[in-house]
Ligand binder design. Structure first.
Ligand code: MN
Length: 288
């Protein structure tokens, strides 16, 4: 079978979230109605590319306490630093090249805020937060965090570039993030003339998202902050006509109904109602 072609390109929406964090929200099925928008790249829901931005001294830009239920976030930091705290008592520091896998499961309240150095001096920040859905059987699982240190996912050389594998096996490297929905996820940088080729299991969805620069798949150009959904084929071949930095993601679809409201992703509208009342009643915990 030939390699995959681009079947749709969906530009990201520049927006702000949390407390004045500039980001580009990448929803692969954005043109579809309601919760269907989150099915286009099952098991992935959306991707937020935050920054690159320079936080001014004294900033409180960040994500103050808010809840989640029913899915996972994989937050990868490219530059800067962030600290997090959550209602399970967990806390940690996110460094460049590192990531954190949060299992919202049955419910969590967390915050992601600048580090003290940023409060004093300001500084650059950039990263990518990927929302990965949980199968129904895991939506009630215990919430928690897994910190993935930069040392656990170093850059590896590619012909004409380099790759950092966060999850799954890509280019012969296995990433540290393990999720109930099997996925493969990597950050790839290519120089001009560089090439990235990767086999993808049959039946998996796949996409590439340039963060900076433009890439080519089967001759079709994909610009920065655009989700390029890939179609049928046994793999992907990405070419760089100029330097490019992009995320590659692939996963086995969960194939279950999706009900989405804000920070909650469940299977039915009734479960969303329950999530809202559980949060309001403090049953997802609190952050003091
Ligand atoms: Mn959050």
């Amino acid at each position: 079978m030939p390699t995959k072609r681009v079947i749709s390109q969906v530009p990201g929406l520049p927006t702000q979230d949390g407390n004045r964090v500039h980001l580009t929200r990448l929803v692969p099925g954005r043109s579809q109605r309601g919760s269907d928008a989150f099915r286009a790249l099952d098991p992935f829901l959306l991707m937020d590319h935050f920054g690159p931005m320079t936080l001014p001294p004294g900033t409180d830009a960040g994500f103050p306490p808010h809840p989640h239920r029913g899915f996972q976030t994989l937050t990868y930091l490219i530059q800067g630093a962030f600290r997090h705290r959550d209602s399970t008592g967990g806390s940690g520091l996110l460094r460049p090249g590192g990531a954190q896998l949060m299992n919202a499961g049955a419910g969590i309240v967390h915050e992601e805020m600048p580090v003290p150095e940023h409060l004093e001096t300001g500084g650059a920040i950039e990263g990518v937060q990927l929302w990965i859905n949980l199968p129904a059987a895991h939506k009630g699982s215990a919430p928690g965090y897994t910190d993935l240190q930069p040392e656990s996912m170093p850059w590896r050389a590619l012909p004409g570039g380099r790759i950092r594998v966060l999850a799954g096996e890509i280019a012969g490297v296995t990433g540290p993030a393990v999720t109930p929905a099997p996925i493969a996820y990597a950050h790839v940088e290519l120089e001009k003339g560089g090439r990235f080729e990767q086999a993808i299991p049959a039946g998996w969805t796949a996409a590439v998202v340039p963060l900076e620069g433009t890439l080519r798949v089967q001759g079709e150009e994909v610009a920065a902050d655009t989700v390029a959904l890939l179609g049928e084929g046994d793999g992907v071949a990405v070419e760089a006509a100029a330097p490019v930095s992009f995320m590659f993601l692939a996963g086995r679809p969960i194939g279950e109904p999706i009900a989405h409201y804000g920070p909650f992703v469940m299977n039915t509208p009734g479960e969303i109602e329950q999530a809202i009342s559980d949060y309001q009643a403090g049953r997802m915990g609190r952050l003091d």
